[in-house]
Design a protein around this ligand. Structure first.
Ligand code: R5P
Length: 291
């Protein structure tokens, strides 16, 4: 087995290789003067299983392109199987045509991957209107969850906790984590007016007074969802409010906006590498690759 990465997730790729005692072989990826992609493998792939570890952030479009070029080249060079480990799978939020004429990006992304790779492993993809990854992937597609390692982190680093999911879809993280932490949980109702304008409302009332509230969500992108949930939790008397995201995209200066909103801690997994990535998902991926 050979492990590589297209630039994102390099640390994670190296950790996975070390844990599997497999070779990590970096790709040469650059551009020709006109901007065309230049890609080169630096090890023999003949008869090998290639694992590309590459989250789709930063630069989701470039990542998709790099992955397709890497997978196609690997097959051309004789690799017997190409597995993509994309801890963060982009494009999943555009899972329907919200306005006429729009691209259903998730389907297009899946079609391209179906064509070029043999297996996909991802972590907590944003599955909302699809029932499962099978709705868009024809290849084997494994959906892992970071729920239990997040719950362990909460148990270790927080006390007197209440768990909040900032929208209906987040029940799949909030409820499981709360159960393992043995904490009360409520899921907010989110009304999204635009990408940057959301309103939060608590449906199932729980008492947040004096609690260390931990908001859990799959994606933190512009941060607006979390910021509105923080306001609500503070109004309800929370002693502190922290946020844990599986995928910390932090676009448009989100991290500094979140800090200004008065969050005590902002933590993510290393599905996307960065300063907040304190929860390591490598063991989940290693277990799946050993199967
Ligand atoms: C959406 O339903 C997701 O679960 C997240 O809540 C959302 O993507 C967060 O986006 P933002 O940080 O831009 O509010």
């Amino acid at each position: 087995m050979i492990i590589t990465s297209c630039g994102n997730s390099e640390q994670l790729a190296k950790t996975i290789a070390r844990k599997l005692k497999a070779k990590y072989s970096p790709l040469t990826l650059s551009q020709f003067p006109d901007g065309d992609i230049y890609l080169k493998f630096n090890t023999s792939l003949k008869g090998k299983k290639l694992v590309i570890v590459q989250s789709f952030q930063p630069h989701s479009d470039q990542s998709l392109f790099d992955i397709i070029f890497a997978a196609e080249t690997a097959k051309d060079l004789g690799a017997k199987k190409v597995i993509l480990v994309a801890p963060y799978l982009a494009y999943m939020r555009q899972d329907k045509r919200f306005h006429s004429g729009e691209a259903i990006s998730s389907k297009i992304m899946a079609k391209l991957l179906n064509n070029s790779i043999d297996k996909l492993i991802t972590i907590d993809p944003h599955i909302h209107r699809y029932k499962s990854l099978k709705d868009i992937f024809t290849i084997s597609a494994k959906n892992l969850t970071a729920n239990l390692i997040i719950a362990d982190y909460v148990k270790k680093h927080f006390h007197n906790v209440a768990i909040i999911g900032p929208d209906w879809e987040s029940y799949q993280w909030a409820e499981v984590i709360a159960k393992h932490v043995n904490a009360e949980v409520s899921v907010f109702k989110k009304t999204r007016f635009s990408s940057r304008n959301v309103k939060e409302e608590m449906l199932k009332k729980i008492d947040l007074k004096g609690k260390n509230v931990v908001i859990v969500d799959d994606i933190i992108s512009t941060g607006h969802t979390i910021i509105e949930a923080v306001k609500k939790a503070k109004k309800m008397g929370a002693a502190s409010v922290s946020a844990i995201g599986v995928h910390g995209l932090f676009v448009e200066n989100a991290l500094s906006k979140l800090k200004k909103a008065g969050l005590t801690k902002i933590i993510t997994t290393n599905c996307i590498e960065g300063t907040t990535a304190k929860i390591d998902v490598s063991s989940l991926i290693v277990e799946e690759l050993k199967r």
